[in-house]
Design a protein around this ligand. Structure first.
Ligand code: AMP
Length: 500
């Protein structure tokens, strides 16, 4: 029976061999154990066919490979070099103290001045910005990140906050709330401009808006909020510039005067200003190129041509600033780069003309809500660039203190110490007591080193023996004195020692 079955097996084996040889796959698919004799298939061993009796089939011996058996190969991956896109940046852990500080101060000041937080989408219908920010602005003409969806919708990444906030004000019927509505926000905005110091393609702004009030008090309160934030950040050196650019009643008259002035100097204008001359002559005053700045300095001033209402409005803004002892510089060339501004416009610079650019800017926009099918609603707002404020803080060597570090550090030793330590760490968390740890480090030396570096006053040492005896060691990091206490008393003991 056994003989028969081994014959069947041999026949099967030969049959399979033949088929595989015919398909020329025997070499790759069949592997015999080293040392075994295998019969080569007819096709592989025969060579040329001879007449008469079929040639005796040759056998070959599979030799064992020398040396150690080869290890399975590690998979290899094609390496691609990936970098952040140009003009965008990471905010690394060591930088976060600046960001935390600014976020905290912004929200504290917002609360004390009665502003409520709003968050609007990162992308919106492209027309919101074309209409809102303005067709003739650099932002819309050159700097917007736009994209079409598969469904054919056309969106833009927000290049600024104001149009989105105004859309939200209208969409959510905020006109029915007690006016004015005071809103603030903070987050990234996107502009595809030429990256350079202080100019990014994704940067962060905080933004304050007062919607629903034409009174100069709102202009001044917007200014006050930003100055309060800069002061709370201890920023010492900054200058506040202000101007009024009138309203649709007085601006046309001023534009005429401006155009006739610039017509005499057309050949001296830069390429962009030639376009501005035709599309929006007010923006000629905003050009950063040296030769255009020289022309702007000698241009007629809008303050001389304001209508009576705009004149009185601006006068009152300045009087209130005087009242509050907020120093300002009247800057007749200040027009801002956005189309929607009316009357008051302002900027704050660390130093005017600084390569870093302005720290913040804003103004009144009395017609924007109406432009988006809302009813006539005066408004004022401003935005500050967080990266530039941080750059200024660093330049002025203003120290931002780190968040308070834990005064206690937990050291665990051995498997038992680690397990019990994890639980104890959680107990500290639920009691709201800050405690440092280095669970990934096994040795006492390395853990003590970290505790020391982090400035811990006390370390709690939990080894195998302490766990078995329900104890813990408390070590005073200054004196080096150690005491073993019952684990259940650890919280009381710590409180007592930290009070001293
Ligand atoms: P704007 O929205 O153009 O009125 O700008 C308001 C503030 O945003 C400026 O005063 C800057 O602090 C900041 N800002 C504007 N553009 C950039 C940029 N490309 N990179 C970094 N910050 C910017």
């Amino acid at each position: 029976m056994a003989l028969q079955s081994s014959r069947i097996a041999r026949l099967n084996f030969e049959f399979i061999n033949k088929i595989m040889a015919r398909k020329k796959i025997i070499k790759t698919h069949y592997k015999a154990k080293p040392g075994r004799r295998v019969r080569q298939s007819a096709k592989l061993s025969a060579g040329k066919k001879k007449r008469g009796r079929p040639a005796k089939r040759k056998t070959r011996v599979i030799k064992a490979k020398r040396g150690r058996p080869s290890k399975p190969r590690k998979p290899t991956f094609a390496k691609i070099r990936i970098q952040a896109p140009r003009g965008v940046h990471d905010i690394l852990p060591e930088e976060q103290k600046y960001w935390d500080k600014i976020r905290t101060i912004v929200s504290q000041v917002a609360i004390s001045y009665g502003f409520k937080r709003i968050d609007v989408p990162v992308f919106e219908d492209i027309n919101l910005f074309i209409k809102g920010t303005g067709q003739t602005t650099d932002i819309v003409q050159k700097e917007m990140y736009t994209f079409k969806t598969k469904g054919g919708e056309h969106f833009a990444l927000r290049p600024e906050f104001t149009p989105g906030i105004v859309r939200a004000y209208i969409e959510h019927g905020m006109k029915n709330l007690p006016q004015p509505v005071k809103l603030y926000t903070l987050g990234p905005v996107f502009r595809h401009n030429k990256p350079q110091a202080g100019r990014y393609r994704q940067f962060y702004q905080f933004n304050f808006e007062i919607i629903g009030d034409a009174n100069p008090v709102s202009d001044v309160q917007t200014i006050q909020v930003f100055i309060a934030i800069l002061k709370k950040l201890n920023l010492k050196k900054f200058t506040f510039y202000i101007n009024s650019i009138g309203c649709p009643l007085c601006v046309p008259q001023y534009k005429k005067v401006l155009v006739s002035y610039y017509r005499q100097h057309l050949s001296k204008l830069c390429f962009d200003c030639e376009r501005r001359f035709k599309e929006n002559p007010l923006r000629l005053l905003d050009c950063k190129k040296e030769k255009c700045k020289r022309l702007a300095n000698k241009s007629p001033q809008i303050l001389d041509l304001l209508c009576e209402e705009c004149h009185n409005h601006f006068k009152e803004v300045l009087e209130l600033l005087d009242e509050l002892e907020i120093p300002y510089i009247l800057d007749p060339q200040l027009v801002r780069g956005l189309d929607y501004y009316t009357r008051t416009v302002f900027e704050i610079w660390e130093e005017k003309g600084d390569a870093l650019g302005s720290l913040l800017g804003g103004g009144r926009y009395d017609n924007l809500v109406e432009m988006f099918k809302g009813k006539s609603t005066p408004a004022v707002g401003a935005a500050a660039g967080i990266e530039r404020i941080i750059a200024s803080l660093k330049k002025q060597d203003i120290k931002i203190s780190e968040k308070e570090k834990p005064k206690i550090f937990l050291i665990q030793l051995g498997e038992l110490g680690k397990r019990r330590g994890l639980k104890l760490f959680e107990e500290f968390q639920s009691k709201g007591i800050k405690i440092g740890e280095a669970f990934s480090k096994p040795s006492i030396k390395s853990q003590l080193k970290i505790a020391d570096k982090e400035g811990a006053q006390l370390t709690l040492i939990l080894g195998q023996r302490e766990v078995l005896e329900d104890n813990i060691i408390i070590r005073d990091m200054t004196s080096g004195a150690q005491e073993t206490v019952a684990l259940e008393r650890v919280f009381q003991e710590i409180k007592k020692r930290l009070k001293k």
